[in-house]
Design a protein around this ligand. Sequence first.
Ligand code: MN
Length: 711
Amino acid sequence: MVTTISDLTDKLDTYLDTEQVETVRRAYYCAEQAHVGQTRRSGEPYVTHPLAVANILADMHMDHQSLAAAMLHDVIEDTEVDKLALSDQFGPTVAELVDGVSKLTQFEFQTQAEKQAENFQKMAMAMARDLRVILVKLADRLHNMRTLDVLEVDKRRRIAKETLEIYAPIANRLGMNDIRIEFEDLGFSTLYPMRARRIQAAVESIRGNRKALVANVEKQIAEQLRKDGVTARVIGREKHLYSIYQKMRSKSRSFTEIMDVFAFRIILNSPDDCYRTLGSIHSLYKPRPGHFKDYIAIPKANGYQSLHTVLFGMHGVPIEIQIRTEEMEQMANNGIAAHWLYKANNQDASVGSHVRARQWVQGLLELQQNAGNSLEFIENVKIDLFPEEVYVFTPKGKILELPLGSTAVDFAYAVHTDIGNSCVGCRINRRLAALSQPLKSGETIEIITAPGANPNPVWLDIVATSRARSQIRHYLKQLKTGEAVELGQRLLNKALTSFDQSFDDVGAKKIAALVNKSGAQDFEQILEEVGLGNRVAFLTARQLLDIQEDAEVNDMAIGHREKPLVIAGTEGMMINFAKCCNPIPGDNIGGHITAGRGVVVHTADCRNYQELQHNDKEGRGVVLGWHQDVEGEYRVELKIEVEQQRGIIASLANKISSLDGSIESIKVEERDAKSSSIHIFLAVNNRIHLARVIRRIRVLKSVVKVERVKR
Ligand code: MN
């Protein structure tokens, strides 16, 4: 047991650089100072807790940033020191880690997650983008569990329950078996002290009776392996208390039945040895059919690898055997953390395990970068174990799980069909937000309903859940023809308003033309289709107004094409500006030579451009910079989210032209009754000009969000 910082740094000296050890030491003194005067329930100075947490991580040979974060993990939450100060002193990564741990800690107190344990687990994982946040949190919890007895019974029980329901499964998911087992046994004996004691006593009493038999089997196996010429460790295994308890409960088997199994683990040098040993063991004892499992070829979801088999021993006693390599054993015990261990311990052996660790992690995690070396890999491990789901709160703190891309409308229908049907708006984290905004994990969603409100057919485009979609369709189908026509008319009228037009402006001729073109019987049928959600009101409005979708986008005449020397280094070449990212002076740019189009200029951060560069084998990329005297107008696309649209287009247009920005076109995407997003193509001189325009738009009352669009 480490008791002082110098004991810890001695340990760290065995696997970290001097400088890294120094960082951890500084973090210790920073924590000591920040927590000065605070004590733990046991009476010890508070800093002993973060020190112990760091020590747990040091045993797993975790990197210095995790250790620094462990030292500081309660500082943001419990002291005057804030994230910014940590970032100044220890860098942004450590500050992010501490912040991540604090956020997880807050959720513990916020939610009574009794029935929601699984969702909470997943949410915790989804929210901690850096895996090390979870590892620090697990170590924190482990130390708290080890020192639980100073707390009063209620609190002890609550923490133990949470550990069993949330943290043990997380440890399991990450393949960290040692920690999981400790969580389970500590949690179990806290929650059910009597039962734990009874099982413990029973285990001890039969241990004596089994001794001879265990030794006998162990000897036979060892002899067999020696004959085969393989080096191996044979370990007799005992089930841990909580797993015995669970087996008794879930499979309602008696204690004797469960304990009437002998279990051994054989640890070897290579996978090849594992398979050979399996064959050899099968010739020693008769295998039980249907009990062989090859987790080496097909690892478990958490990366666990091993061969499992069950044999009939003497007198028919079942013998469970696990066969694996040392590395697999490390992985099985420490899971994700074994990766750090290998990196630090043995440079050569780490290659194989590193590859495997990476394959394993890739199954679980999304790597931020394609890592060339192990250090980079570790620095950048980002976790996204459940990339397809988001977890959000109701105002009362209940957690709902929704598919990625779900909106407040999905949320509303998930709560109740009536809420969905009468939904008119929403607040996300107490701020008014568009119904179409995709939800993120951890957000609190509040639905605003109004009596007599109806589902909007437009919602069919913004929902991600089949439940919401079928409920909306169900509602729309119920509409009688008359109601559908009426609703269609209302929607179409609203869409026309966004073009500052009305039915009167459209005129009978255009209506007849549309009816003709669409093959509908009459205009009423078109309105009905709009009302039923089979036709999009916005597009129908465009058709009525005879607006051609692409003309305005493609045939933009901007003066800059004639201007020479817009870009330094392109003298005499044809220049085209990419339509995906619309670069303007001041942007970082790059060029790509394209047949027939000369140099196509992209912004450096444009996704298309980066893809082109990535696949560029012929050297078509050119380095570009703006000419210092660049003039002219350059087109950009802005996306403006507004709360309600009546009159807003006029005020936007006024604002923009008062700043000498010329609007080239405006497209309105109606989202729902309360909000829409407006796409404006406008010409500006450069980034400074654009920034001025954005600033002025942003202060308009109904504008929720302004962003430059780069596709
Ligand atoms: Mn703590």
